[in-house]
Design a protein around this ligand. Structure first.
Ligand SMILES: Cc1ncc(COP(=O)(O)O)c(C=O)c1O
Length: 381
């Protein structure tokens, strides 16, 4: 019997029952005192958990809006930005900046590898940049960038703001804002927070808020920090309608995070990510990312000889699990699987078992239980 398809794509990730319940609540006025109190508490928690003396903005939108907010509020037409790109989503910053008349230099890695920190250091020495962007986990490659190390480097370049895209990392991989020298951290609700899609979340440290002031009036309206700041300070005020039920859902997600502990959540992701990746290797797959820079939130998984991508993903779907296709040059050569947020342990075991059944059906037989056993053994290491 099949009642449920496991949602194992790299976002949206599975939404826990208690978070779904918040989305199913009767919607109230955004000025309702109980909602205003909830929203305020959520914002305070987001600032204290991610450790910034700056601000946080929670608005209706997706991760791309959060990227746009990060750029629009810190750099202007004619400024120069350094983009460190480890894949498809790193490259998105290039297009976004160029549309705004921002001058862009790009350091790109081969997919699966990182741009060496020494190269970033050299680029910063040669040229002054108003900002540097990096994608913490690039969802196209499963590569995790050395965010803390880049932050250290930027301590010697005070005029360069540090913008981190945490869409596929925040709430799973460490990103303590002020102590890591991060000025903007941005994400969406649908990945490691385990909420449905629909919220853009942007933290802006003190230097980023100062930069916003210096920019004066900016062309963007909905994306402008200055439009939202009064609301984030007092959510009973109005600028544009907040996504009431999603705010509640995010609040429940943060409650879960507090209960688990953010550090413990990071450790869980690291452990699960490693165990999943070695289980897949046991089954004959290869992981695209270099072992030293593998994301804990998703895996980009290269097929062994003899497995056809379309047949594999179709059959895996029949077996009850949905994964994503490879992007760019890796389309047809790999699939991508999420293992982030509030994904249950029994779902992780189940997805590995469905991958084994799929391999057996697709003419690449494996010992039933081989992947599951490797996963469970690795978890206890
Ligand atoms: C790393 C990264 N950045 C940005 C985005 C864009 O987010 P959204 O699709 O929510 O607009 C994504 C989406 O998957 C992502 O993975």
């Amino acid at each position: 019997m099949k009642n449920r398809k496991l949602l194992m794509i790299p976002g949206p990730s599975p939404v826990a029952r208690s978070i779904q319940d918040q989305m199913g609540r009767e919607t109230v006025a955004f000025g309702d005192p109980a909602f205003v109190r909830d929203f305020k508490e959520l914002l305070a928690d987001l600032k204290s958990l991610w450790r910034t003396a700056g601000e946080v903005f929670v608005v209706a939108g997706s991760g791309t809006l959060a990227m746009e907010m990060g750029i629009a509020n810190t750099v202007k037409r004619g400024d120069r930005v350094l983009v460190v790109s480890h894949g498809f989503f790193g490259d998105r910053f290039v297009e976004l900046c160029e549309r705004k008349g921002i001058l862009v230099d790009v350091l790109k890695s081969e997919w699966g590898k990182i741009v060496p920190v020494g190269e970033i250091r050299d680029a910063l020495r040669k040229q002054a940049y108003r900002a540097l962007t990096v994608t913490h986990v690039d969802t196209s490659t499963g590569v995790s960038a050395p965010v803390a190390e880049i932050g250290l480097l930027l301590k010697n370049h005070q005029g360069t703001l540090y913008i981190v895209d945490g869409v596929c990392a925040t709430a799973a991989e460490p990103e303590y804002i002020d102590e890591s020298g991060i000025d903007i951290l941005l994400t969406g609700s649908q990945k490691a927070f385990g909420v449905a899609p629909g919220l853009a979340i942007v933290w802006a440290g003190p230097r980023a808020m100062q930069r916003r002031k210096e920019l004066g009036t900016i062309p963007e309206y909905y994306a402008d920090f200055e439009k939202w700041l009064p609301i984030m300070k007092d959510p009973s005020k109005y600028f544009a309608t907040p996504a009431v039920n999603l705010v509640w859902a995010l609040k429940e997600s943060v409650r879960i995070i507090k209960e688990e502990g953010l550090d413990a959540r990071h450790e869980r992701h690291a452990k699960v990510g490693k165990a999943i990746q070695s289980a897949l290797e046991t089954l004959g797959f290869r992981i695209l990312a270099d072992p030293a820079h593998r994301a804990t939130t998703l895996s980009a998984i290269l097929y062994p000889e003899g497995l056809n991508d379309a047949a594999f993903r179709q059959t895996l779907g029949d077996e009850g699990a949905q994964v994503s296709a490879g992007l760019g040059a890796y389309a047809g050569k790999m699939f991508r699987m999420g293992h982030m947020g509030n994904t249950d342990m029994h779902d992780l075991v189940a997805v590995l078992a469905s991958i084994e059944r799929t391999m057996n059906r697709c003419g690449k037989p494996v010992e039933p239980g081989a992947g599951v056993t490797a996963f469970l053994k690795n978890l206890t290491k």
